[in-house]
Design a protein around this ligand. Sequence first.
Ligand code: IPE
Ligand code: IPE
Ligand code: MG
Length: 252
Amino acid sequence: MTAEPAVQSPLPADLHRDRLPHHVAVIMDGNGRWAQQRGLPRIMGHRRGVDTLKRLLRQCSDWGIGALTAYAFSTENWGRPLEEVGFLMTLFERVLRQELTEMMAENVRIQFVGNLSALPESLQGEIDRAMAATRHNAGIRFTVATNYGGRQEILQACRAIAAQVQRGELQPDDIDENLFGRHLYTADLRDPDLLIRTSGEMRISNFLLWQLAYAEIYVTQTLWPDFTALEFHQALQAYQGRDRRFGKVSPQ
Ligand code: IPE
Ligand code: IPE
Ligand code: MG
């Protein structure tokens, strides 16, 4: 049986191709509330959230956005009930296994960032497999932040740089923004242009602390499982209306 070719959705006419964000980051929040509002266990929200992420990835790819980074599990999320954490780890593993063929077909290059060595070994195995298989794909860069914490990322970069200084390979004056950025998990990705957070929370929750320095922030009340293509379109419209000054003044 041959699979139907995926139908590509064209870029809406009111979005300007040359003013799209190159890199979109998303804090996928509100899964638990989505489920609770329906009298369902929280994990049902996580399951639904996977479908939202799949649709968003497809949409970013169709519209020519070069990179999507999604916050899937924070270093603080270990503090949740054991069953929820266990469910999430199993869910990540299952989804990765199921989606690899489609990611290959759609030319997606997937990578994971975070303290991956603390994840269950079977999940680490799937992560390694997916990263290796898609390494040479030239389509969208899809980064999943798993057991990720911005402070932890900065600290591991500091340790690595300090060790180089101690060995005499580097002088303290050599440490600049460029060098520091190259020691982060996102070394080969440009900084996100747009950060989307669902479910209305006005905070960063330890996500990409260094990289979000000048990202435009879009917060919506919509809970992650309800985040639609239309809403992403609205986020991009809002982004295109922003005046990104980077500390300078706008030309008159
Ligand atoms: C985000 O949804 C998913 C993860 C953190 C894994 P939440 O689970 O945080 O949902 P709320 O915020 O409790 O509704
Ligand atoms: C942020 O959501 C982490 C992820 C989406 C993975 P949280 O639900 O953990 O954040 P807080 O607790 O509301 O700050
Ligand atoms: Mg939350």
